[in-house]
Design a protein around this ligand. Structure first.
Ligand SMILES: Cc1cc2nc3c(=O)[nH]c(=O)nc-3n(C[C@H](O)[C@H](O)[C@H](O)COP(=O)(O)OP(=O)(O)OC[C@H]3O[C@@H](n4cnc5c(N)ncnc54)[C@H](O)[C@@H]3O)c2cc1C
Length: 557
C-alpha cells in the first residue's frame, strides 16, 4: 500500500468538461481527494437538451440531470460543492480561493493539480434596451426554467441568431404554437455552413411559418407593452419574448487573473494534454483554445463532444501520464435539426478555406438517403472538400430529411483517418434497401470527386450571368415546366434526345449542363465533351442551388 499522501485535485466547473474530468479521475484513482466546484446550483446537466424541454419534446426535467451532486458523491466519492465559485488561484502557493454563494463564506483550499472547466457565457451585446426582462439567453437549467415560464404567456417570440441554438429554439417555440421571427445577421441560416447547403433548412423554416429575416440585425430594443426589436434596416418586430443566441465567449476571467496564457479572444491556451502555461493547471471545454485537427492552427470549438473528451484527457494525463495520448485537435463536427430537416458539417467549409487562402476542390452530390425504389426514400445533399494535391478530405457538409447523421459521421471518421477521395469511392458501407444504396451518397461523392480530378467532368457551382454561355437543362420538359431554372435563354434538351439534337447547340460557345440532382447533367456533359464541346456541369443540380425541393421526376398521376 502506498504511503504517499493522496493527490488533491480541484476541478472548477461541474458540467461537461469538469464532470467528465472528475469522473475519469476517480475511475483512475480511488485515493485522490477530488473536489468539484460549480458556481450554479446544478452539476453535470445536459445543456444540449435544454431547448427540447422548453418545447416539451423532453417531458421530464429530471432527464436533463445526467448526475446530481448526490449521485456524484455516492458513486464517485467526489466532494461536490454547488453554488460555490472559485474566485482566485494562488499559483505559487497552490491554493484556490472559493466563495460559497449562499452563505458568503470564503475559504482557501490547497491543490496539487487543478482542472479549469469554466465553459462559456452567451454574448449579450450592449444594445439600447438590452436589460429588458423579456430578453433571455440559454445556458443553464436556471435559464431554461425562466424561459419556459416566460413562454407560457408569450404569443410572439423573436429569436436573434440562426446558428445551432437559435434554430433549435425557433423550432421548439413554434412547436409550442408561438409566432416566431428568426433574425440573422448574415444572408443565410446556420452561418458556419456554405449557403447552398442551408437552402433546404430555410425552406423548412418558412414552411413552418417562421418569419425568417436574413441579412439584418437587432440595433435596439424599445420597451412598451410589447418589446419592439428595432432592426438595423429600420424594421420593427413586436415581441413578448426574445431569445438571444448570437454566440458565446469563454468564461476565463479567473484564468486571466491567474496569469495563464490566453489566446487572442480570451481562450485558455493548452498543450496536447490540456496543460495550460502552468503545468499543474489543466483546462478543458468551451473555455480553451486547442488545435484544428486538419491544419493544427489554434481554434476554439464550443461543443459538447470535444469538452467531454478534453476533460477526460486532462484526468488521464494527471493519473497516467505515460499512457495518455495527446488530443488530436478538433474537427468541429456538428449537426442540428429544424423540423424534418437536418444539417451539419465536419472539418473545413468552402468559405473558411477560401478566406484562409487554402487550395481546395469541391463537389456537391444529391441522392436519396436509401435506395430510391424503396418506399420512404428522402432527399439528401452532400458536399465534400478535398486537397487538390493529395486528395485528402478537408471537410464535408450534409443536409436532408433522413440519414444526415450517418453520412456526417462517416465523413468525420474519414477525415480523422486521413482518407482521400479515392478511399471514399471505395468505402464499403452497409447496404440493404431500407438503409442505404449499393452506391451510397458517400461513394457517389468519391466517384464525382475522382471524375473531377481525372478531368472527366468540370463542375461549376453557379450559373454565370454571361449569356454567351449556353445553359442546357437536360430534364424532361414537364419537369422543366414545373420547376424552371431562373435564367433567361436556358435550352431544354432531355438527356435521351441529346445525341440526336447536338446540332441545336453552338459548338463555339461553352455549355453548362443542368439537371435536378446533378447526375444527369454529368451524363450529358460526358456526351458533349466526347463530341468536342467545352462543357461543365452544375454540381448538385438545381436542387442544390435554386429549388431545394425540386424532384428528380414528377409524380405519376
Ligand atoms: C442550449 C444549448 C444547446 C447545446 N447543444 C449542443 C449540441 O447539440 N451539441 C454539442 O456538441 N454541443 C451543444 N452545446 C454546447 C455544449 O453544451 C458545450 O460545448 C458544453 O457544455 C461545454 O462544456 P464546458 O464544461 O466547457 O462548459 P459549461 O457546460 O458551460 O460548464 C461550465 C460550468 O463552469 C461553471 N463555472 C464557471 N466559472 C466558475 C468558477 N469560477 N467557479 C465555479 N464554477 C464555475 C459555470 O457555472 C458552468 O456551469 C449546447 C449548448 C447550449 C447552451
Amino acid at each position: 500500500m502506498s504511503t504517499n499522501p493522496p493527490l488533491r485535485l480541484v476541478v472548477v466547473g461541474g458540467v461537461a468538461a469538469g464532470a467528465s474530468a472528475a469522473a475519469r479521475a476517480r475511475r483512475l484513482c480511488e485515493t485522490a481527494a477530488i473536489a468539484l466546484f460549480e458556481r450554479g446550483p446544478d452539476v453535470s446537466f445536459a445543456n444540449c437538451g435544454l431547448p427540447y424541454f422548453i418545447g416539451g419534446e423532453i417531458k421530464q426535467r429530471d432527464a436533463l440531470a445526467v448526475q446530481t451532486p448526490l449521485t456524484l458523491k455516492t458513486l464517485l466519492a467526489l466532494d461536490v460543492r454547488t453554488s460555490t465559485e472559485v474566485t482566485a488561484i494562488d499559483r505559487a502557493g497552490k491554493h484556490v480561493q472559493v466563495r460559497n454563494l449562499s452563505s458568503g463564506t470564503v475559504e482557501s483550499l490547497p491543490y496539487d493539480k487543478l482542472i479549469l472547466a469554466p465553459g462559456a457565457v452567451p454574448l449579450r451585446p450592449a444594445l439600447p434596451g438590452i436589460d429588458d426582462a423579456r430578453i433571455f439567453t440559454l445556458r443553464s437549467l436556471v435559464d431554461m426554467d425562466r424561459i419556459k415560464a416566460a413562454a407560457t404567456n408569450a404569443r410572439r417570440v423573436t429569436v436573434v441568431g440562426a446558428g445551432f441554438i437559435g434554430l433549435e429554439m425557433a423550432e421548439q417555440l413554434q412547436r409550442l404554437g408561438k409566432t416566431v421571427t428568426l433574425v440573422e445577421l448574415t444572408d443565410q441560416v446556420l452561418p458556419p455552413l456554405d449557403r447552398p447547403m442551408t437552402l433546404l433548412l430555410e425552406d423548412e423554416l418558412r414552411r413552418h411559418r417562421i418569419d425568417l429575416v436574413l441579412g439584418d440585425s437587432v440595433a435596439a430594443f424599445e420597451p412598451g407593452d410589447a418589446l419592439t426589436c428595432r432592426l438595423a434596416s429600420g424594421r420593427a418586430i413586436a415581441a413578448d419574448l426574445v431569445i438571444l443566441s448570437i454566440g458565446v465567449r469563454p468564461d476565463t476571467a479567473l484564468a486571466r487573473a491567474a496569469g495563464l496564457d490566453l489566446g487572442p479572444r480570451g481562450h485558455i491556451r493548452v498543450n496536447g494534454f490540456m496543460q495550460t502555461s502552468d503545468p499543474d493547471i489543466y483546462a478543458a471545454g468551451d473555455a480553451i483554445e486547442t488545435e484544428d485537427f486538419i491544419t493544427s492552427d489554434p481554434v476554439s470549438v464550443p461543443l459538447g463532444g470535444p469538452a467531454n473528451r478534453q476533460g477526460r484527457l486532462a484526468a488521464d494525463h494527471i493519473f497516467r501520464p505515460t499512457e495518455a495520448k495527446p488530443y488530436p485537435g478538433s474537427l468541429g463536427t456538428a449537426i442540428v435539426r429544424a423540423f424534418d430537416v437536418a444539417a451539419g458539417l465536419t472539418g473545413w467549409t468552402e468559405k473558411r478555406l477560401r478566406a484562409a487562402g487554402r487550395p481546395y476542390l469541391t463537389v456537391t452530390v444529391n441522392d436519396s438517403h436509401h435506395a430510391g425504389y424503396f418506399p420512404g426514400a428522402k432527399p439528401i445533399l452532400l458536399k465534400i472538400l478535398w486537397a487538390p494535391d493529395t486528395g485528402r478530405i478537408l471537410g464535408a457538409q450534409v443536409t436532408g430529411l433522413a440519414g444526415v447523421d450517418k453520412r456526417l459521421d462517416v465523413l468525420a471518421t474519414a477525415i480523422t483517418g486521413g482518407l482521400t477521395i479515392d478511399d471514399l469511392a471505395q468505402l464499403e458501407l452497409s447496404y440493404a434497401p431500407p438503409f442505404g444504396a449499393a452506391k451510397d451518397i458517400v461513394n457517389l461523392a468519391g466517384f464525382t470527386a475522382c471524375n473531377t480530378r481525372d478531368g472527366l467532368v468540370t463542375p461549376v457551382d453557379a450559373l454565370p450571368d454571361d449569356l454567351s454561355v449556353q445553359v442546357l437543362d437536360v430534364r424532361p420538359p414537364p419537369l422543366v415546366a414545373a420547376h424552371p431554372i431562373p435564367r433567361a435563354g436556358t435550352i431544354n434538351i432531355p438527356l435521351g434526345q441529346l445525341r440526336a439534337r447536338l446540332g441545336e447547340l453552338d459548338r463555339a460557345r461553352p455549355v453548362i449542363t443542368v439537371c435536378a440532382l446533378g447526375k444527369t447533367a454529368y451524363f450529358a456533359a460526358r456526351i458533349l465533351a466526347q463530341n468536342g464541346f467545352r462543357v461543365s456541369a452544375l454540381t448538385g443540380g438545381i436542387r442544390a442551388h435554386f429549388d431545394p425541393r425540386s424532384p428528380a421526376k414528377l409524380p405519376t398521376p
